[in-house]
Design a protein around this ligand. Structure first.
Ligand code: ZN
Length: 269
């Protein structure tokens, strides 16, 4: 499942693929994949990209003419740029057609992904409540420590909660907690301000490193040019047998997801 670094990688690839080209159509091949806002003008295309940003795992692409695309890859969605293609590909749910015949395929095996086309001022109404952007400056240890106070849930569940921090998923939370030296089972509210400093620092560090190498390709994640990311080569505990110090990695299941951690390197308080 794409997390923040993979979504950022896809967005960066999308923006370079559409640079200086107008989008001439958005086609939908699977009911519900494309959601069209009722306020949208009847002919929103052609339109060019004027700005873009990522919020959590959502990409927001603002177009000329006052409309925006919100792309959410969810479990298995991916965007694949191609020079031209007339046939609908296996699992292709939608397609963004560019001037000159190039296309961006939206491939999604599980069909949970969405492309919303709305007037730009309606973007907030299509996004759920999302917490801190972990790479922004306002995500600070003091604020995280305040958020954790009183929480009886394990720290891993809290970090995965998109209402608290937006964009983290299973792989990166395992890696962040390993680097921070904190067990995924540690009770969030019991963590010290020193632990909060470490979590914030390692969150930013892990995410930036992963973005730099194009994300993690463990299952089917691909960049828009269909190349793999490289961060899987830098994982320290996720799906590993031993940590970098040679200790045996433990796998437990928390809220239905696998947690990988080192019982020696990671403390429970
Ligand atoms: Zn270890």
């Amino acid at each position: 499942m794409p997390e923040l670094p993979e979504v950022q990688t896809v967005l960066d690839g999308f923006i370079s693929s559409v640079a200086n080209k107008a989008i001439v159509a958005l086609e939908c091949y699977y009911p519900g994949t494309v959601i069209v806002d009722e306020d949208l003008p009847s002919e929103p295309f052609p339109a060019v990209v004027i700005s873009s940003y990522r919020r959590g795992k959502y990409m927001v692409i603002n177009l000329s003419g006052g409309s925006s695309l919100i792309i959410h890859l969810r479990m298995t969605g991916k965007l694949v740029a191609a020079c031209d293609s007339t046939d609908i590909l296996p699992h292709e749910r939608a397609r963004i057609c560019l001037q000159g015949g190039e296309v961006i395929h939206f491939i999604d095996i599980r069909t949970f992904g969405k492309i919303i086309h709305c007037v730009s001022q309606n973007v907030p109404s299509y996004l759920p409540k999302l917490g801190f952007e972990p790479l922004e400056q306002d995500f600070t240890p003091v604020k995280l420590h305040k958020l954790l106070a009183g929480k009886k849930a394990p720290i891993k569940s809290v970090l995965l909660d998109q209402n608290i921090i937006a964009g983290l998923g299973n792989i990166y939370v395992c890696e962040i907690l390993y680097r921070a030296g904190i067990a995924p089972t540690a009770i969030a509210g019991s963590l010290s301000s020193k632990a909060a400093i470490s979590i914030v620092q390692h969150t930013k560090e892990v995410l930036n490193e992963a973005i730099r190498v194009g994300g993690t390709s463990i299952s089917d994640f691909r960049r828009i040019d269909d190349k793999t990311g490289e961060f899987q080569h830098f994982l320290r505990v996720y799906q590993k047998k031993t940590c970098p110090l040679g200790h045996e990695v433990t796998r437990i299941v928390q809220s239905g997801r696998s947690s990988f951690f080192c019982p020696v390197c990671q403390a429970t308080d």
